[in-house]
Structures are given as C-alpha cells and as structure tokens.
Design a protein around this ligand. Structure first.
Ligand SMILES: Cc1cc2nc3c(=O)[nH]c(=O)nc-3n(C[C@H](O)[C@H](O)[C@H](O)COP(=O)(O)O)c2cc1C
Length: 193
C-alpha cells in the first residue's frame, strides 16, 4: 500500500503529486513538449544570472540515444529503456575573466533549480521525469564532449507514466509515492536545529 503524501501546510498539489516513476510507456515525445520543459529550465534563477547549466538531450530511438544511455548504471538502464528522452544536466563550474579563473560556488545549486523547473513543467504537461546520479562520470564526460570547466551532475529520464506491473517485480514494488520527513525536522528558526 502506498504511503500517503500528506501536506502539513497548504501547497499546490503539483508539488505533492510529482513523483519519479520507473515505468514508462516508451512513446515518442514531441519536440514541442520537450522544448517546453527546456524553456521552463531556461527561466530558473541563478547567482548573478550566470545560468551555469547546459542541458544535453537525446530522444529514444535517435542516433544520439545510445551515447547518453550507455553512460547510465545498469540498474538504471533496466527501466530507462522505456523512457522517451534522456537529458544530462551539466554545469560550468568556473568562470574566467581575463587571467583569473574562479569557481562559481553556486553552479550546482543553480543547476538543481533548472532541473526542478524542468521536472515541474513536465508534470504540468502530463509527463514524468526521473533524475539519476547513477551514471559513469568519466564515461559521461567523454560521451557528452564536455569542455574544460564543465561537469556533469545528473541525468533525467522523461516519459509518460505506465502501469507499475509493466516493470520487473522488484522495481514494480518501488513504484509508490515516497514520504518526506516532517517539516519541523527541515525548517529551523534562526539557528540550526
Ligand atoms: C540528483 C538525483 C539523483 C538520483 N539518482 C537516482 C538514480 O540513479 N536511480 C534512481 O532510480 N533514482 C534516482 N533518483 C530518484 C530519487 O531516488 C527520488 O527522487 C527520491 O527517492 C524521491 O522520490 P520522488 O522523486 O518520487 O519524490 C535521483 C534523484 C535525484 C534528484
């Protein structure tokens, strides 16, 4: 039985009902749908409006698909095989100004904001996303042809939800909405804890 996702305060159901499924239909995703998600990511906020993220994508069945798919850990490949698109979230870690090269300390944070914007727009359009840190880092760097000062943080599978029963039993059992700790364990007034 799925553990219910109960909000402790008023919040739009978009935030509660977004989940990361593993069961996808495998249907083709139209460009207009995919680029609507990319557009949402585009408008994410970032420190000094640097927009350190870059998104590298491939649609299932396209010549680019295996380049991204082959970077994933086998445990993710099992279910990503039925996704409609893959997106790698990469970020520029450093900035150069003349002779100086300095780390952008918020590059990963900003890229996370872009990822979440994409995920929520996908949800609004009736599609689902599933983020993955389970990929081969060095392989991904090479496959994505990353320039210096860029790093890869996450892959996301995008697809239309399918029935849990379409998955192998051990994965189907995980196809339930996950809980969250109580807000009081996350939000503090004035100082930690
Ligand atoms: C950065 C990141 C990396 C993740 N890596 C994986 C992964 O490699 N494989 C996987 O099956 N799920 C992965 N997940 C999915 C999380 O396990 C999932 O988001 C979390 O359990 C909360 O569930 P929900 O997204 O359905 O709310 C990842 C999620 C994020 C945000």
């Amino acid at each position: 039985m799925a553990e219910p996702r109960l909000a402790e305060h008023a919040v739009d159901k978009l935030f509660i009902e977004r989940t990361s499924p593993r069961s996808f239909t495998g249907e083709a995703i139209p460009d207009e749908v995919l680029f609507s998600m990319f557009e949402a990511a585009r408008w994410a906020p970032s420190a000094s409006n640097i927009q350190p993220w870059r998104l590298i994508y491939a649609k299932a069945g396209s010549p680019q698909w295996s380049g991204l798919f082959d970077c994933l850990m086998p445990g993710n490949q099992v279910w990503v095989a039925k996704a409609s698109a893959l997106v790698a979230f990469v970020a520029e870690t450093h900035r150069r100004q003349g002779e100086t090269r300095a780390e952008n300390r918020t590059h990963a944070l900003d890229t996370g904001a872009a990822w979440m914007s994409l995920a929520l727009q996908a949800e609004l359009l009736g599609w689902a996303t599933h983020g993955m840190a389970g990929f081969h880092h060095d392989k991904a760097r090479a496959a994505l042809a990353l320039p210096e000062d860029f790093d890869v943080y996450m892959f996301a599978a995008i697809g239309k939800r399918a029935a849990a029963e379409a998955l192998p039993p051990e994965l189907a059992a995980r196809e339930v909405p996950s809980p969250r700790r109580h807000l009081a364990e996350t939000v503090f007034l004035g100082r930690f804890g």
